[in-house]
Design a protein around this ligand. Structure first.
Ligand SMILES: NC(=O)c1ccc[n+]([C@@H]2O[C@H](COP(=O)([O-])OP(=O)(O)OC[C@H]3O[C@@H](n4cnc5c(N)ncnc54)[C@H](O)[C@@H]3O)[C@@H](O)[C@H]2O)c1
Ligand SMILES: O=P(O)(O)OC[C@H](O)CO
Length: 459
């Protein structure tokens, strides 16, 4: 299956859609501009176009014509509902799905996919959280007011989870991703591993327990935290090579190299490359950083990273509220697979190839949401907030399009859609951080995150 290149993100109704709707009413096949038949879900509510009654037309012939139209439409409707059968959980192919990260969004994604009948395993770091999920079917830390479906399990053992997995959903915050993504080595920890006499990274955690109130011990605790991340990072050999990796995290990764910013569509392939690249490139080259990057760039186009973004609060997904997102990938097959996995009666997925546009928009809206929150916190009013959001929206569009994004992506769900949600929706954590800052509160983001589970990705 190929996605048409001219217009892929079929997320908004355009003038030609109204035209095709009209054509449909006129008994013609509804063909959208991208060349595929568009399922007309509103067939139920659209009345048939009745033939105009002329002076000499017999009532019986009019009735006959109308009846023919009804039969014709009923056939189209059956055809459409067959095509959309994957919306119903019982009809779709069952997959084994692994969700990495047991935070709010990881939990919501796990529940959502499991409701469609797929087997879901969450990889979490904390053993007690893992036990709680398996015994009580509730994540005690995030969205604990919701029950998880029985087919959601949790494990701290990545090998067990990733064995025979069909799709990996990566729901770890971006700044932790390189370590947590399957297979990236932290230079800091590589150095550390040379200094300390442990072969298994898991062994480090036994010797460093996180504590508070002492800067020295604090640094050890963050050290310990990093080691745990590498323990997850070490799972790269366990990820089946050809499965799609779904990236749901929205932010730009601050590279190890000062001032660099990376997208998840770069970070994940670099991590996966550590395994796949070995098969493609001479192992000796891998040691050379420049060549490694070059090879990673070449491989990037072939890797099945699918970025899922758009206005989607975890809590509302958990609550089965209607949600529309976009799945962006350079691989149309991977995007299609992920779309089928996620699409449900209340969850709509559009597809696009504009990975860059989707990722940049998703990352930058976090900053705008904080600014909108500050505006709210300062009590500047809705006029000021709307002006700020309009300006921010334009600046995001300018920057993203200058980087190569398509303008229509910025106007779509992952751009404008997510900006509206996070700037005006009270569930947004980025906005909440802004409101608190605007009210004069001063806090360390890390502290806030620990104390109130308020983590903001725009800071
Ligand atoms: N919460 C939402 O409504 C929402 C919606 C759409 C997208 N997102 C995106 O999803 C991503 C995750 O957000 P969230 O809401 O789940 O965050 P969160 O703060 O609720 O949870 C993050 C989770 O990741 C885990 N984690 C952190 N570092 C890790 C590591 N190195 N290895 C393994 N696990 C690690 C944490 O323990 C925690 O369980 C973010 O980038 C966010 O932009 C969130
Ligand atoms: O709560 P926020 O501000 O991290 O936003 C969550 C998501 O990005 C909404 O799509």
């Amino acid at each position: 299956m190929r996605l048409p290149s001219d217009r892929i993100e079929a997320e908004l109704l355009r003038p030609q859609d109204f035209q095709s709707l009209h054509e449909h009413q006129s008994n013609r096949t509804c063909i959208a501009s991208q060349g595929t038949e568009v399922p007309d879900l509103d067939l139920n509510v659209l009345p048939p176009v009745l033939p105009k009654r002329t002076g000499n037309s017999h009532p019986a012939s009019v009735t006959k014509k109308v009846w023919r139209k009804i039969v014709y439409w009923a056939k189209i409707r059956d055809k459409m509902s067959n095509r959309l059968s994957y919306l119903h959980s019982d009809d779709c192919e069952k997959m084994k799905v692994v969700v990495m990260g047991g935070g709010a969004f990881g939990t919501a994604m796990a529940a959502h996919v499991a409701r469609k009948g797929h087997m879901v395993t969450m990889i979490v770091r904390n053993k007690s959280v893992c036990k709680f999920i398996n015994r009580k079917h509730i994540n005690p830390r995030y969205l604990s007011e919701f029950d998880l479906p029985k087919n959601v399990g949790a494990t701290t053992d990545a090998a067990e989870a990733l064995e025979g997995c069909d799709v990996l959903i990566h729901a770890v915050p971006v700044q932790s991703s390189r370590e947590a993504a399957p297979g990236f080595e932290s230079p800091f920890l590589c150095t550390l591993s040379l200094l300390l006499p442990y072969d298994n990274p898991n062994d480090y955690t036994k010797h460093f327990t996180p504590r508070k109130h002492s800067s020295f011990v604090y640094s050890l605790s963050s050290w310990s935290e990093c080691v745990r991340q590498v323990a997850l990072g070490a799972i790269r050999e366990l990820v089946p090579p050809d499965i799609p990796v779904v990236a749901v995290s929205k932010a730009l990764y601050s590279g190890v190299e000062l001032g660099t910013r990376k997208l998840m569509c770069d970070v994940i392939p670099e991590a996966k490359f550590m395994v796949q690249g070995l098969r493609e490139v001479e192992a000796v080259w891998i040691k050379d950083l420049c060549l490694r990057r070059l090879a990673a760039t070449k491989l990037r186009d072939r890797l099945d990273v699918v970025v899922v973004s758009g206005p989607s609060f975890a809590q509302e997904i958990m609550d089965r509220r209607p949600t529309s997102v976009v799945a962006a990938s350079r691989s149309p097959e991977a995007a299609e697979k992920v779309s089928r996995l996620l699409t449900s009666k209340y969850f709509r997925v559009s597809m696009t190839e504009d990975v860059l546009g989707v990722e940049v928009a998703g990352a930058l809206k976090n900053v705008l949401a904080i600014a909108a929150g500050i505006c709210e916190g300062l009590g500047l009013g809705t006029n000021a907030m709307s002006a700020l959001v309009t300006q921010g929206n334009a600046e995001i569009r300018w920057l993203a399009t200058a980087m190569g994004a398509r303008p229509e992506t910025l106007a779509g769900l992952s751009g404008m859609g997510d900006i509206l949600l996070t700037c005006f929706g009270s569930l947004s954590r980025n906005r909440t951080v802004g409101v608190r800052l605007g009210k004069g509160e001063r806090f360390e983001v890390r502290t806030a995150s620990c104390e109130t589970r308020l983590s903001s990705f725009g800071v």
